[in-house]
Ligand binder design. Structure first.
Ligand code: V47
Ligand code: SF4
Length: 372
């Protein structure tokens, strides 16, 4: 039973049973979730999400010490929401890091300063499977204990296709080189109706799910994301989460679900207004209530901002990623206020403590390393 103080008699009839199910910790269906996403008052949704967050993760708020490496922003795809990719013909605005440069980036940190390297970038036609295998091997040679979370399903689909290997073969080679897990990017919105408009040329929803399934079956865990707040409708959000919940029922390989708010700077969808903070909180809350099989809901602070992240810790979120030195350009180029997002351990833990939550440093697979 969730510990929540609600006067059930005051709740609208159509959502009363759903609320009872949530309180009794029963799984809610897609239809029920759609109904509460569309109809439940904010206060009710927020209260329930917080109760569930506290039931699953008590007061704990997780972060880790990592750096992001973006090998290139040259990309063969043309996602309408992307502010940072450049085509080969626009090379003057692009970057391509050499393997040695990226290894140097890792070397800048002492062994105990970071536990994870997160590698994600554009899909460059010349950076293939062998290139990334060499990169991973070289990083592991200098930091054998570091966790490498790398390559979205979009990058993996392209590199396996180009190398003419199956997902299983490609992932096996990367795993043998030292890759440990996969990030959750590239999922966007699974519905073809929306995908065909916002990112029609990259990997399909089925391919995204297949790649994560294959990784899970090989013992590589991953995350799942959703890109919300653009042209999608509530039904698309439910459909998206439903496909992830179904896969998780079979594999249990997802560590965290990460809602990513669409930011409208400098891209082909810039005419769209960004959604309000209330919509953000509703998205995170509904995710917390829907996923009974994914333990962590992550707010990626460089994208959503520090203040909103703090607020979200009361509405379902228990993980804030935590990059100590975030070199990601995905969000700074999309117009996020903080153009150089970095937080020291002290800043991260203070941010969490200020809203009366308990900061816990974790490793990449959620083993607790230190309580602050
Ligand atoms: O797939 C691109 C998103 C994702 C915009 O797994 C945008 O731990 C908002 O997935 N507005 C890549 N979002 C980043 C990602 C990620 C980030 C942090 C942690 C993890 C993890 C994964 O960034 C893309 C896309 O959905 N994105 N452009 C934009 N304008
Ligand atoms: Fe390329 Fe990723 Fe940007 Fe899409 S979101 S254009 S795949 S870098």
């Amino acid at each position: 039973m969730l510990n929540v103080n609600i006067d059930i008699s005051k709740i609208e009839l159509s959502i009363k049973d759903i609320v009872n199910k949530i309180i009794e910790e029963k799984r809610i269906t897609d239809q029920e979730t759609l109904l509460i996403l569309e109809k439940a008052p904010n206060s009710l949704l927020f209260l329930l999400a917080n109760a569930k967050r506290e039931r699953l993760n008590s007061n704990n708020t997780f972060f880790n010490k990592n750096i992001h490496i973006e090998p290139t922003n040259i990309c063969v795809f043309d996602c309408k929401f992307c502010s940072y990719s450049r085509l080969l013909k626009e090379k003057s605005q692009g970057w391509e890091h050499s393997i040695d440069e990226m290894v140097e980036m890792v070397k800048e940190y002492k062994e105990d300063e970071i536990t994870e390297v997160h590698i994600v970038g554009g899909v460059h036609p010349k950076m293939g499977l062998n290139y990334f295998i060499e990169l991973i091997k070289k990083i592991k040679r200098i930091r054998p204990n570091i966790h490498i979370k790398a390559f979205t399903a979009v990058e993996l689909e392209y590199m396996c296709r180009k190398a003419k290997v199956s997902y299983k073969e490609g992932l096996k080679m990367l795993k043998e080189a030292g890759q440990n897990s996969l990030p959750g990017g590239g999922a966007e919105i699974f519905s073809n109706e929306i995908r065909n408009i916002i990112c029609k040329d990259k990997c399909t929803s089925e391919q995204w799910l297949e790649i994560h399934k294959t990784a899970h079956e090989m013992g590589m865990q991953s995350n799942a994301t959703i890109l919300y707040g653009h042209i999608e409708k509530p039904s698309h959000i439910i459909d998206h989460m439903s496909r992830i919940r179904d896969l998780q029922d079979t594999t249990s390989g997802f560590n965290a679900f990460i809602p990513l708010k669409y930011r409208n700077g400098n891209n082909q969808m810039s005419h769209l207004k960004e959604v309000s903070i209330i919509d953000d909180i509703r998205m995170y809350s509904i995710a917390r209530l829907y996923f009974d099989n994914i333990k962590h809901i992550k707010a990626y602070w460089p994208m959503i901002g520090k203040e909103t992240t703090q607020n979200l810790l009361s509405f379902g979120v228990d993980d804030i990623d935590g990059t100590i030195d975030d070199s990601t350009k995905i969000y700074s180029m999309a117009g996020v206020e903080d153009q150089n997002p970095t937080m020291s351990t002290e800043e991260i833990t203070n941010l969490i403590k200020k809203v009366k939550r308990k900061p816990i440093e974790r490793d990449s697979i959620y083993n607790e390393l230190k309580v602050y």
